[in-house]
Design a protein around this ligand. Structure first.
Ligand SMILES: Nc1ncnc2c1ncn2[C@@H]1O[C@H](COP(=O)(O)OP(=O)(O)O)[C@@H](O)[C@H]1O
Ligand SMILES: N[C@@H](CCC(=O)OP(=O)(O)O)C(=O)O
Length: 383
């Protein structure tokens, strides 16, 4: 039987993000699992031959808790300062562990700590991209984690599955492999009897999301649902995602050889440009441009630019070049783009024909309020 397209595509991957979860780096008692880290490092070194690899590694909080001698009493989650203190204590040891383990295979590691805020700013996103690029050119393995000690709710990504998806967009990876403590995605929580491993997921449906709703391990943050949501986002950007065991020997090399391990989420046919990928995943709209149903159809179904005639109003304040959301219902934006006009200008030209822009403003930059090349339809926009 021929391999599904997405599995055979894995053989051709040149840029790979590998995300390693807490459960893969700690044993049942929550202690750092040096042996598994060493085994994974040897497999990472193997797959890094002929490929650029970025590692997104969790484990700082667990490692820090171990070093600080903090045990979590069952059912009682740590407060945020405790978690942040654990991350601060654990992160250098996590880096040291990867540095030593990958160093044994001749690989140099480099620490990259990010928050959502860093990636939402176009300037900082591009800076991060240049740093990644330089590191990869030098043959190093960037090891990424969230900058937990400074990341309060408003600026944090929140879990490393989502962070891995953002990093994949930043480095323009072709694939993301998430290593976890189960063999892949099951049709229900694998702790339940009769759970079946799903090998290939052509599309992340609502049913798939429901099946991944159960909580992860006590020490993990995201659980299965953040992995599935990250896979859905990556698919919409044209990137393939695989979910596999971080404990089973040789699962990662086997995956990249196209063998039937783990779960593979098929990517959508359309690969977003790097700027569109940033708009879709990392950027946050500074305001909302409200449009009518006709404009929505033109943008979503016909791939057109946004013209003033379909605009009904504006929420918030933004300048030329800022990211803005586009919506019929402001609670559910369906597209995001870079504004061709500032918010006050859009208010004045809303509903006009392009030929009337100059009369209304006294000048005209462009016909479009958001040009097609600077616009991306969000996943929710396609429903
Ligand atoms: N449908 C499902 N398929 C697989 N695992 C699931 C599912 N629903 C819930 N889970 C749980 O998700 C866990 C993996 O997520 P998580 O603990 O966050 O791992 P990691 O630390 O690798 O990020 C599994 O150990 C399992 O208990
Ligand atoms: N940044 C945190 C991990 C966050 C996280 O998403 O953990 P996990 O669900 O185990 O991948 C840490 O290093 O402990």
């Amino acid at each position: 039987m021929p391999l599904p397209m997405s599995r055979s595509a894995l053989r051709r991957v040149k840029r790979l993000v590998v995300k390693v979860g807490t459960g893969t780096l700690t044993d049942r008692a929550g202690r750092f699992d040096r042996d598994n880290c060493a085994r994974l490092a040897s497999e990472l070194a193997e797959v890094a031959r002929g490929r650029k690899v970025v590692l997104v590694s969790s484990g700082a909080v667990a490692l820090g808790a171990e070093r600080l001698g903090l045990a979590r009493s069952r059912g009682k989650p740590w407060d945020i300062p405790t978690k942040q203190a654990c991350a601060a204590a654990g992160q250098p040891h996590l880096m040291a562990a990867w540095g030593e383990a990958l160093g044994r295979h001749g690989l140099v590691t480099a620490q990259v700590l990010l928050t959502a805020d860093d990636l939402a700013s176009r300037k900082r996103f591009l800076n991060a991209r240049r740093t990644f690029e330089r590191l990869l050119d030098a043959g190093a393995v960037p090891v990424v984690n969230e900058n937990d000690t400074v990341a309060v709710d408003e600026i944090k990504v929140g879990d490393n599955d989502t962070l891995a998806a953002l990093v994949a967009g930043c480095v323009e990876a072709d694939a993301v492999a998430m290593l976890t403590d189960v063999d892949g995605l099951y049709d229900r929580n694998p702790a339940e009897p009769g759970a079946r491993l799903l090998r290939d997921v052509p599309r992340v449906t609502a049913e798939i999301e429901r099946s991944a709703g159960g909580a992860g391990s006590e020490r993990s943050v995201g659980g299965m649902i953040t992995k599935v949501k990250a896979a859905r986002r990556l698919g919409a950007q044209g990137v393939v995602t695989a979910l596999l065991s971080g404990r089973r020997a040789r699962a990662l090399p086997a995956l990249l050889a196209g063998e039937p391990v783990g779960t593979v989420f098929a990517p959508g046919a359309h690969r977003l440009s790097s700027r569109q990928g940033w708009l879709a995943a990392a950027a946050r709209g500074k305001g909302v441009i409200l449009v009518d149903a006709g404009a929505r159809r033109a943008l979503v179904e016909q791939g057109r630019s946004l013209l003033p005639s379909g605009v009904r109003g504006v929420q918030g304040q933004f300048g030329v070049g800022d990211p803005v959301d586009v919506a019929v219902d402001p609670a559910r934006p369906f597209a995001r783009g870079l504004a061709g006009y500032g918010a006050d200008e859009v208010r004045r030209i809303a509903g006009l024909k392009t030929g009337e822009i100059e009369r209304a403003l006294g000048y005209k930059y462009l016909d479009e309020i958001v040009h097609r090349n600077d616009l991306v339809v969000l996943e929710t926009g396609r429903e």
